[in-house]
Design a protein around this ligand. Structure first.
Ligand SMILES: [Zn+2]
Length: 365
């Protein structure tokens, strides 16, 4: 075991010594003891069979914890803490980006401006901060900040009069899919320690989230690139949606949710994602002269590299397989996988913003 891990192990034992408490006390005390004993962190060997997924993570498991304690473990160290927080923070980042971009939709801006001036101001700041981080979003942010300054209904009409008329829903389909995936993953990691039944349900929920994220990622590029060729739009979006439904149906078989099917799941989701190569090649040929093609391709390539790298960590279970027990709390493959998922989603967000702004405003000839 690693030195750092031993330190935290001792802390955990000191905090929760209830497993060794005497049993010759009153009933209520015994009940308390039972609950506290349940929220003890346990080793891999002590886990029920259905929770044994990664033998290289040796310790700090929560096993069959009550829901309340599982929720409160959000603020405690165990081997899922960083898995929960990485995707929870990723969800909040996408929620913030969605709110900032929604400010630039006339109807939503009107609703939000009427609802609360403070919400509007916060979103303006968020838009401007976002613009410095994501320079491609700048023109939209400026439109929104003008609207916010004017305030109330006047702001809404200002936004309405200056906002281009491009269709925005494919962009928000992607943002919704990304948020759903990140939140379902975070909830799965937080509560999967409760019971076998909830573990199975949340594992499936997590896989549905991944499928939704992959399918929704296809909407901005396919919609905007083939916006003047509806049958290609329908064909590609229909095909990826059908693949998503098939993947979810396959993963609903109980044994496919277990750790031993890790590679199968990775292959299933990867094949869904890489089916995007077909429309990508098609789009590159069709839009060869588009000046924005190199930029969007670069962002999409960054997304692909990020997802592939993350998947390699997920499947190989590196680095914990090299030194079992050393990465129980931090540095394990699943945490690295989570970070690459967020990186890939943000790269795709950048591409989606360009598709929305540059291509969405183009007319069909
Ligand atoms: Zn995960």
């Amino acid at each position: 075991m690693c030195n750092g891990a031993i330190g935290v192990a001792k802390l955990a034992e000191e905090e929760e010594p209830a497993a060794v408490l005497e049993t010759s006390r009153g009933k209520s005390e015994k009940d308390d003891d039972t609950t506290v004993a349940k929220v003890r962190l346990v080793s891999y060997e002590e886990l029920p069979e259905y929770m044994k997924e990664n033998e290289f993570i040796r310790d700090y498991y929560r096993a069959e914890w009550p829901l309340k304690h599982a929720f409160l473990s959000l603020f405690r160290w165990h081997n899922e803490t960083l898995n929960v927080w990485t995707h929870l923070i990723g969800f909040l980042v996408f929620l913030w980006l969605t709110a900032a971009n929604l400010q630039h939709m006339p109807e939503v801006a009107e609703l939000l401006n009427n609802f609360s001036w403070s919400i509007s101001s916060a979103a303006e700041n968020a838009s401007l901060t976002q613009s410095s981080l994501f320079s491609e979003a700048l023109p939209m942010a400026k439109l929104g900040s003008n609207a916010s300054r004017a305030g109330g209904a006047a702001a809404a009409s200002a936004t309405a009069s200056t906002t281009p008329t491009e269709t925005r829903w494919p962009f928000f389909v992607f943002m919704g899919g990304a948020m759903f995936c990140l939140l379902s993953s975070s909830l799965c990691h937080l509560f999967c320690c409760h019971s076998r039944r909830l573990n199975l349900f949340l594992s499936r929920f997590d896989y549905v989230g991944i499928a939704v994220m992959i399918v929704s990622s296809f909407f901005p590029p396919i919609y905007y690139i083939f916006r003047c060729d509806r049958h290609w739009q329908f064909l590609y979006l229909g095909a990826i949606t059908a693949m998503g439904v098939f993947a979810v149906a396959t993963l609903f078989a109980p044994h496919h949710a277990t750790g031993s099917f890790r590679v199968f799941r990775a292959l299933l989701f990867s094949s869904m994602a890489f089916s995007g190569i077909v429309p990508a090649v098609h789009a590159t040929v069709v839009n060869w002269d588009d000046p924005h093609r190199p930029v969007t391709l670069a962002w999409e390539a960054a997304m692909a590299v990020s997802y592939v790298t993350g998947t390699l960590f997920y499947v190989s279970r590196v680095p914990e397989r090299w030194r079992p027990g050393c990465f129980d709390l931090a540095g394990q493959s699943h945490q690295v996988f989570h970070l690459f998922v967020i990186g890939g989603a943000l790269a795709h967000y950048q591409a989606a913003i360009i598709f929305l702004q540059r291509r969405g405003a183009l007319g069909c000839t």
